[in-house]
Design a protein around this ligand. Structure first.
Ligand SMILES: [Mn+2]
Length: 328
């Protein structure tokens, strides 16, 4: 729902709002990833330096993968007076958080699809990550980049750029990371990259093998689809947290421009993720199915249907739309 008076603000006003907060809760999105966790915790550390009590709130538990961010942080118990959000494009993405309907004083985000649900919005939809928006804010006002904050921001930018491999990693992203590395050369970058982007749980290795064995590829080789049935996910005991990054699998096939990942939920509905190569705009394809997102990374949901029909239809529509996009 759009806030009737949502106003976009720059860094100076954002900083003033942050400084004026009191007993604040920082809301991040459900199924938390490195960017919302990183930006949420970075904001917590920043507010703490301003002498402001805050805590990060998420509908789902923070995966142990992000222990390096959460270690040593204990949130105080206090009745919240104000709410801000980080990396949350839409109120719906709060999930089943008790505060999901609260007035959001400020949202800091980078999603082009932000629905302007907050009272004030500080965003840059050209930034790779909410963590990059936050980095720029801190840089613009000479706020000290502490070690904890640097770690949070690094993980957020690394996450949303697929470890700096996606096209959303811009000059600003690399400049931010260069500065973080210059100030903190001894953060465990290589270990973090391996833990976050290379290593997988054994069940996940088995899942990837099965998905790749059954990958569907269009006749022209430009659209690939993998289907993870609820049965398969259950039998391999793969948790939600373990499927992170699964959507990038079809893009491993050479020549693929649109990669589609279909995950069947226990209730029979489907969650679809789409990834785009150089020439594809998957946001438009996802919109066709009522979803949306970024040009190179989007998603949508389908309520029900036979898996064969759903996968076949997605392949057909994506192939046709890709042809439309790339016919010059
Ligand atoms: Mn993000």
């Amino acid at each position: 729902m759009e806030h009737e008076t949502c106003r976009e603000i720059g860094t100076a006003e954002t900083l003033a709002v942050l400084r004026s907060l009191e007993d604040a809760e920082i809301l991040i999105h459900r199924s938390p990833d490195g960017d919302c966790i990183g930006s949420g915790y970075a904001l917590y550390h920043l507010l703490k330096r301003f002498g402001i009590r805050s805590r990060v709130c998420c509908a789902d538990p923070i995966p142990s993968l992000y222990d390096s961010i959460t270690a040593g942080v204990t949130f105080e118990d206090f009745p919240a007076k104000m709410y801000i959000s980080a990396d949350v494009a839409d109120r719906k993405l709060f999930g089943e958080l008790p505060q999901k309907d609260a007035e959001i004083a400020l949202c800091i985000d980078h999603h082009v699809s932000n629905t302007h649900y907050a009272k004030l919005l500080h965003w840059d939809h050209n930034a790779s990550a909410a963590c990059e928006v936050l980095y720029e804010l801190m840089r613009a006002h000479d706020l000290p980049l502490t070690r904890e904050i640097a770690l949070c921001l690094y993980i957020g930018m690394a996450t949303d750029t697929g470890c700096f491999q996606f096209s959303n990693a811009g000059a600003g992203t690399f400049a931010a990371v260069a500065e973080i590395k210059r100030q903190y050369p001894d953060l465990p970058y290589a270990r973090l990259n391996r833990e976050l982007f290379v290593m997988k749980a054994p069940g996940r290795i088995a899942l990837d093998a099965s998905l790749m064995q059954n990958i569907r590829i269009s006749e022209d080789g430009r659209v690939a689809l993998i289907f993870a049935s609820a049965d398969l996910l259950r039998s391999l005991k793969v948790t939600e947290e373990d499927t992170d990054g699964m959507a990038n699998l079809p893009m491993q096939v050479r020549g693929v421009e649109v990669g589609i990942t279909v995950k069947q939920k226990p209730d029979g509905s489907y969650r679809i993720s789409m990834r785009g190569g150089d020439d594809a705009n998957v946001s438009v394809i996802a919109q066709h199915f009522g979803g949306g997102g970024h040009v190179k990374a989007s998603g949508c949901s389908i309520a029900d249907g036979d898996p064969e029909d759903v996968c076949g239809m997605l392949m057909d529509v994506a192939s046709a739309m890709l042809r439309g996009q790339t016919e010059a």
